[in-house]
Design a protein around this ligand. Structure first.
Ligand code: ME8
Length: 614
């Protein structure tokens, strides 16, 4: 049987989980459940990163023994996973014996093979990242990820020979789809190609918290060296049944801030131990609030467990996928959650199930027998396309495709008016619709598993897999309509009437608009297009860590080169690249046009380069 091994990052337990953690686990869960639906033997690993210095520091601040503090928070993370129906096969904690043993073994082997050696380190350490920072990585002396000044550390340390693996890592990272999405791959590659890959400090002296190195009792293993090893320690290597069965991992799912550790440091550790490389590192974006990353250090956290008391877990899971294009950052808002809950879950899906089951129960109390199908409706479902999107991890598109079919079913009911039909015609339409509801329940099960289960219960059918997602499978339906799937949430705020939306929006699908990634950029260089006299060739800076964009723009009549240089503009970042007379253009600028005059849209001077435009 085909195996599929997926992991998430293991979370620091210096505080309770925030909604960004829930987002990552839900995303991994959806992927894992989809593969199970396809009949694969899935191993889904998640857990907690217990040995971090910042956990120990938080315990100190809370006036609790570190172990007690870490235990308490690890429990919170596990509970969060359970509340969100995360179907993990293993929840690992790096304070577990089985993990400590593997981490120490690898450290020991690396020391013996001279991949680890003793030295002295001096550098800036960001406790938030749990990593040393080069001066180049700091912005105004602060870590950009945590907005804090790192501390200077000078100590005796053991180094891991990271630099030795540079070429091997470049080859690995360059291979197709090792890192997705592409922007994340390019980030790593350009850093690898432009910077020296220094050896990595992998121990701390006399630290009270962490795994003691097996070679020197006065040192503890650097937390990232230890944490990454969880991906194999959970499988009991090198002889364990699970290690043989599931390694190498199919997907390491992680947030964009920790890509370097997974795509450079982890491969180097594996190379040094002659262990196979994982197949893919999948990097998701951050959940933001008003464009800012949600994180403990920034103090704008939403507690997912509290949120789950207020809204159904399925609604939260649904909105994660609908509002955040996978791989990109996306804003989370309760307003959007309420609107999607009411419109898409309660109206589209909830009403469909309720209408079909009410009609079936009323008209066929003794059972609805298998009947000929209405191809007009069944032909509208394209499972291959949904699977294709899932394989490419386009979760939002897959969900949209499922919803398209849900809405086709609703339309079918409105058009065919089964309540006016009798006999064979009625049977045909109701059987087709009930089968559709069953197949929908299968397809939504990875995304909103609780709802799927409720539908199966009302249909009095066993939960199916993708193999069962074919029309005409069920011989007789004896349905029992239960409670409604989604109770509507009262919207206190005044909402615009649908007629008005129709008039104002001129049929622009909001989903399409949301896909456009607009950013504030700074014009870094201006030159003439070598072969097109009306065009400038602009180089745009999109902020730290982002690739520069090259954009061709017809601004010559309106702006001189001097006018443009250093100007802040708004650029569409995710346009398909085009080649104009031999030169590639990678974006477009926003401008107002009035009586043939072009005026670039310019944000206020205090808006930072890279800011999202919404
Ligand atoms: O980085 N939105 O732990 P962590 C989405 N222990 N994802 C987010 C997020 C947000 N706002 N904030 C954080 C660590 N994450 C290490 C990992 S793995 C061997 C060790 C993601 O608790 C983050 O990018 O800071 C990471 O993937 C995960 O949550 C845990 O973050």
């Amino acid at each position: 049987m085909k195996t599929f091994y997926i992991t998430t990052a293991i979370d620091y337990v210096n505080a309770k989980p925030h909604i960004g953690h829930a987002y990552e686990k839900v995303t991994a869960d959806i992927i894992a459940r989809w593969h199970r639906l396809k009949g694969e033997d899935v191993f889904f690993l998640t857990g907690t990163d217990d040995n971090a210095q910042k956990n120990a520091q938080a315990a100190k601040e809370a006036n609790l023994p570190t172990m007690e503090f870490v235990d308490k928070n690890a429990k919170n993370f596990k509970e969060m996973c359970d509340i969100f129906n995360i179907s993990y096969n293993c929840f690992i904690r790096t304070t577990e014996k089985r993990h400590i043993k593997v981490a120490q073994d690898l450290f020991s082997k690396a020391f013996k093979s001279k991949n680890i050696y003793k030295g002295f380190y001096e550098g800036y350490y960001c406790l938030g990242c749990e990593s040393f920072k080069t001066e180049k990585e700091l912005v105004e002396g602060k870590c950009p990820e945590h907005n804090k000044e790192p501390e200077l550390r000078k100590e005796e340390t053991y180094f891991f020979k990271l630099g030795k693996y540079k070429n091997k890592i470049i080859t690995l990272v360059s291979s197709k789809d090792f890192i997705i999405p592409k922007e994340r791959k390019n980030e790593i590659l350009s850093r690898l190609k432009s910077e020296d890959l220094n050896d990595l400090s992998v121990s701390r002296q006399k630290s009270e918290w962490g795994i003691t190195t097996p070679i020197d009792k006065n040192h503890t293993i650097y937390v990232w060296y230890d944490a990454l090893i969880n991906y194999i320690s959970a499988l009991d290597p090198p002889k364990g049944k699970n290690f043989k069965k599931y390694w190498p991992a199919d997907i390491h799912l992680i947030g964009k801030g920790i890509n370097w550790f997974h795509s450079v440091i982890w491969p180097a550790i594996l190379f040094s131990a002659s262990i196979k490389q994982p197949k893919q590192v999948v990097v998701h974006g951050y959940l933001t609030m008003n464009g800012q990353k949600i994180s403990k250090s920034l103090g704008n956290v939403i507690d997912p467990v509290e949120l789950a008391k207020k809204y159904s877990v399925d609604s939260i899971r649904y909105v994660f996928i609908k509002d955040i294009p996978f791989g990109q950052d996306g804003d989370f808002s309760e307003e959007s959650l309420k609107a999607r809950h009411n419109n898409e879950l309660a109206n589209d899906l909830g009403n469909l199930v309720s209408r079909v089951l009410t009609l079936t129960e009323k008209n066929f109390p003794k059972g609805l027998k298998k009947s000929p199908l209405d191809k007009k409706l069944t032909s509208k479902l394209n499972i291959k396309k949904i699977d294709f999107h899932m394989q490419k991890l386009e979760l939002q598109q897959a969900l949209n495709e499922i919803w398209k079919f849900i809405n086709e079913c609703n339309k079918h009911i409105n058009d065919e008016k089964p309540w006016e039909l009798k006999g064979k015609e009625l049977e045909k339409h109701l059987y087709t619709l009930t089968e559709s509801v069953r197949i929908i329940a299968i397809l939504i099960s990875p995304f909103i598993p609780e709802t799927s289960e409720k539908i199966f219960n009302q249909l009095e059918q066993k939960k199916g897999t993708l193999k069962d997602a074919v029309f005409g499978k069920v011989k007789i339906y004896k349905v029992k309509k239960g409670e409604i799937l989604f109770k509507k949430i009262e919207m206190k705020e005044k909402t615009i009437q649908p007629e008005k939306i129709e008039q104002n929006l001129d049929k622009v699908d909001i989903e399409y608009f949301k896909k456009i990634d607009l950013r504030v950029a700074k014009i870094k260089a201006v030159s003439d297009h070598p072969n097109a006299e009306k065009l400038y060739l602009l180089v745009l800076n999109l902020g730290k860590g982002e690739h520069e964009l090259q954009v061709l723009s017809g601004l010559k009549g309106d702006y001189t080169k001097e006018d443009l240089l250093g100007k802040k503009v708004v650029v569409i970042r995710n346009l398909k690249h085009v080649v104009i007379r031999g030169v590639e253009s990678q974006g477009m600028l926003l401008a107002a046009v009035f009586k043939n005059k072009v005026s670039l849209i310019e944000p206020d001077s205090d808006i930072e380069v890279g800011a999202k435009v919404m």
